[in-house]
Design a protein around this ligand. Structure first.
Ligand code: NI
Length: 347
C-alpha cells in the first residue's frame, strides 16, 4: 500500500511552515499598504493645503478686483455728474446766447423800421412830421404785408369784427364817419385800445370835391374832433368819401399833417353784398391782394364781416403779416402829409 505510506507524514509539520510564510507575506503586504496609505494621506493633506492657499490667494485677488471695480464705478458716477453739470452749463449758455440773438434781431428790426421811416419817398418828399412817427411790429420788417381797411362804420357788425381781429392778433385801419362815432363811442375806444388805427372818413360822407376849402375843413375837422374826444388823439390818416379827392382836399391834409389813403384792392363789398364775390375780387381778380396791398371794405355789412373772416384766415395761411396803413407806409418808403397812397408794393 505505497499510497497509504506516503500519506503517513507527522501531523502539522508541513502546514506550520506554510503558515509562517503566509504570515511574512501578510506582514509585508500590511506594511506596504500602510506606507501607501500614509503616503497618500500626506499627499492629500499637502495638496488640499495648497488648494486652500490658492483659494485664499484667489479670493484676495477677487476682493482687490471688486474694490477696483467699485472705485471705477464711483469715478464713473462722478464723471457722469460732472458731464451733466457741464451739459447744463452749455444749455444755459445756449439759451443766454439765443436770448441775446433775439434782442439783437429785435433791435436791428427797430433800426430798420426807423431807417425806413427816415427815408424820403420816391418823389423826394421831405421827412414826415413827428406826429406821423409810427411804431412798426418787428415781425413786419421784411415780411409779406397787407393792410385791411374798413370804411363808413362803426356799425352793428363792427364789434364782432373787432372780436375776430383780436382772435387773430390782426390790426386793421378803420376810416370812421363822425356821424357814426356818436352812436358807437365804445367801439371807437375799443379800436384804439386794441391797436387799430382810427382814420378820418369825414363827418357826413359828403363828396369833398363839391365843397369849398372851408367846407372840406369843416367836414373833416368835425369828425377828427369827435375821434379825439374819445381816443385822446386826432386821426393820423384820412380817406376821402367815395374816393373823391382833389387838390383842395390834399391841401387840407397837408395843413393838418396827415396822408390820404386810397386802396389797390376794391372788394366792391357794398355793391355785391356777397361773400364769394368779395373773396373772388380779393384772391382771383386782376386786382387781387399782393404784398403791399391796401384792401377796401365796409364794416357795415354782415357779408363783409363773414368775407373778411375767411379772407384773414386765407391770408394768414399764405404767410401775410397784417399791418395798419400807417405801418405799411412807414415800412415801405415813408409817409408824407397831403400825399395820396394806393398801396405800398415792395421796391
Ligand atoms: Ni365811404
Amino acid at each position: 500500500m505505497p499510497l497509504l505510506e506516503k500519506e503517513r507524514v507527522p501531523l502539522g509539520a508541513a502546514p506550520r511552515r506554510k503558515g509562517k510564510a503566509w504570515l511574512i507575506v501578510s506582514l509585508c503586504l500590511i506594511t506596504a499598504l500602510t506606507v501607501a496609505v500614509a503616503t497618500l494621506t500626506v499627499e492629500f493633506v499637502m495638496r488640499s493645503k495648497a488648494y486652500q492657499n490658492q483659494i485664499s490667494d484667489q479670493s484676495a485677488a477677487l476682493s482687490t478686483l471688486e474694490e477696483r471695480i467699485s472705485d471705477l464705478q464711483t469715478e464713473q458716477q462722478s464723471a457722469a455728474s460732472r458731464m451733466e453739470e457741464q451739459d447744463k452749463t452749455i444749455s444755459d449758455q445756449q439759451s443766454t446766447l439765443e436770448e441775446q440773438n433775439k434782442t439783437i434781431s429785435d433791435l436791428q428790426s427797430q433800426i430798420a423800421a426807423y431807417q425806413a421811416l427816415l427815408t424820403p419817398s420816391a418823389d423826394g418828399v421831405s421827412q414826415p412830421a413827428e406826429s406821423l412817427v409810427v411804431q412798426v411790429p418787428p415781425e413786419a420788417v421784411g415780411a409779406k404785408l397787407v393792410a385791411l381797411t374798413f370804411d363808413d362804420g362803426p356799425g352793428p357788425y363792427t364789434a364782432k369784427l373787432l372780436d375776430e381781429l383780436k382772435a387773430r392778433n390782426i390790426h386793421a385801419t378803420f376810416f370812421v364817419l363822425g356821424s357814426k362815432v356818436d352812436k358807437y363811442p365804445d367801439l371807437i375806444r375799443r379800436m384804439a385800445e386794441e391797436g387799430h388805427v382810427v382814420g378820418n372818413h369825414s363827418q357826413n360822407h359828403k363828396n369833398l370835391k363839391n365843397l369849398s376849402a372851408q367846407g372840406v375843413r369843416d367836414e373833416m375837422e368835425a369828425c377828427a374832433t369827435r375821434i379825439e374826444q374819445i381816443t385822446g388823439q386826432r386821426p393820423s390818416i384820412m380817406r376821402c368819401p367815395g374816393g373823391n379827392c382833389n387838390n383842395t382836399v390834399k391841401d387840407y391834409a397837408a395843413s393838418v399833417g396827415i396822408p390820404i389813403a386810397y386802396w389797390d384792392v376794391d372788394t366792391r363789398d357794398w355793391e355785391s353784398r356777397n361773400v364769394n364775390s368779395i373773396l373772388n375780387v380779393a384772391f382771383n381778380s386782376r386786382y387781387k391782394i399782393q404784398d403791399g396791398s391796401i384792401v377796401l371794405m365796409h364794416d357795415i355789412y354782415e357779408t363783409t364781416l363773414n368775407a373778411s373772416i375767411q379772407m384773414m384766415d386765407r391770408l394768414l395761411k399764405e404767410g401775410y403779416t397784417f399791418v395798419t396803413v400807417p405801418q405799411l407806409l412807414t415800412l415801405r418808403g415813408g409817409i408824407a402829409p397831403g400825399q395820396v397812397y394806393n398801396a405800398a408794393y415792395p421796391s
